[in-house]
Design a protein around this ligand. Sequence first.
Ligand SMILES: Cc1cc2nc3c(=O)[nH]c(=O)nc-3n(C[C@H](O)[C@H](O)[C@H](O)COP(=O)(O)O)c2cc1C
Length: 198
Amino acid sequence: MSTVLYIKANPKSNEDSFTFKMSEAFIKTYQEKNPGDQIVTLDLYKEGIKFLDAEMLGQMYSGQETVMKKYAQQFAAADKYVIAAPMWNLGSPAILKAYFDYVVLAGVTFKYTEQGPVGLLAPGKKAVHIVARGGKYSEGPAAQFEMGDRYVKTILGFMGVENISTISTELTGVLQGEVLEQSVNASIAAAKEKAKEF
Ligand SMILES: Cc1cc2nc3c(=O)[nH]c(=O)nc-3n(C[C@H](O)[C@H](O)[C@H](O)COP(=O)(O)O)c2cc1C
């Protein structure tokens, strides 16, 4: 039995978010295919993830049971990660970075060595980043400005997750009407296909 951590980083409802339309379809298909697996949903807005402040930094390596350690241990214990986060200002919503500031914790998800930092997550974990973007960044001239998918992949790799894929829908701010609907439906179908072999 695998544990899937479903991380949601958008204040919108499932119905109002293209990102969540894809991620909910992904999770539903995955659950149908893997009924014995456990899905743990982490809605970062409902969790009330905050920016690290001076008090939290003071507690970070104090040996206390902190909120950072709780989330880092939960992250380390999961086998698979579904990260649903729209593109905001070329990256991801800040709450996702704030969450990773809890989770990337020395001694739990990575360690320092003489050769530099090394991820502590067990091998074999996999992740998918699901993202809706108003414009087109997967290829073409704007691809160099894309920093959300790049950050998610880099920070997961830092902790030891190497098998990471992306499901995106693009041009949600450009396409309209039926064309937009068809484009999003194609991305939802792609999400369902990916979920079958995740
Ligand atoms: C605060 C904010 C910043 C955004 N920044 C970008 C951006 O940099 N590039 C882009 O293509 N779209 C941008 N968008 C548009 C969203 O990526 C687009 O609406 C997408 O569909 C949002 O996903 P959602 O439908 O899951 O909320 C931004 C939207 C918001 C609300």
